[in-house]
Design a protein around this ligand. Structure first.
Ligand SMILES: C[S@@+](CC[C@H](N)C(=O)[O-])C[C@H]1O[C@@H](n2cnc3c(N)ncnc32)[C@H](O)[C@@H]1O
Length: 170
């Protein structure tokens, strides 16, 4: 779903499928966005929606109080930190049927730069810096600790991401 439009710039019933990955958690009126996806699909068309429950995100840290402050500040980057908890009924309310949810654990004990839990560290450090009582130095220290844990072979990250699908009735 490109841009920040309340209405998708597409004709009614013009797609057989729609994929919406890590977007609805940013959209204040997620039910309206789901209705738009429904409108854009042909009868029988399928939607796939992927979002994260950010409350399931955890890194190992020797400073859990700082970790909690950073994650609380990071929650401000989106409208719905735990959208998957309400997505199934929201999709049904938009008109989709056969709504199903598949959980996907993203977890690693390796400091792999290609993994979600490592790749996202710089974005979080940058976003939380000077936000909700997290200083710039504290944000840098948070990221540095995760890098140091990685160098020592002590890195740990876990999160649950969710793939929902539904069909516009024929
Ligand atoms: C985490 S990115 C995901 C991008 C892509 N779907 C992917 O998986 O790589 C979040 C996307 O949501 C879009 N976005 C954020 N707020 C939005 C809004 N209110 N309406 C529509 N799109 C929005 C951003 O432009 C960005 O492309």
């Amino acid at each position: 779903m490109a841009g920040r439009r309340a209405r998708l710039p597409v004709a009614d019933a013009s797609f057989d499928g729609a994929v919406c990955v890590q977007v609805l958690e940013f959209v204040a009126d997620a039910p309206a966005a789901l209705r738009e996806l429904y409108r854009a699909l042909r009868p029988g068309g399928r939607v796939v929606v992927w979002d994260i429950d950010w409350a399931t995100v955890s890194w190992h840290s020797n400073d859990p109080a700082r970790m909690a402050r950073v994650l609380e500040a990071w929650d401000e980057h989106l409208a719905h930190p735990s959208l998957p908890r309400v997505l199934a009924p929201a999709m049904r309310s938009a008109g989709f049927q056969d709504v199903a949810m598949a959980p996907h654990p993203f977890a690693t004990a390796s400091f792999d730069p290609g993994s979600y839990g490592v790749a996202i560290i710089p974005a979080i450090a940058s976003f939380v810096s000077v936000r909700r009582g997290v200083s710039g130095d504290e944000a840098k220290a948070w990221a540095s600790e995760l890098n140091e844990l990685g160098e020592r072979g002590e890195f740990y990250f876990a999160s649950l991401q969710f793939c929902f699908q539904g069909t516009r009735p024929s």
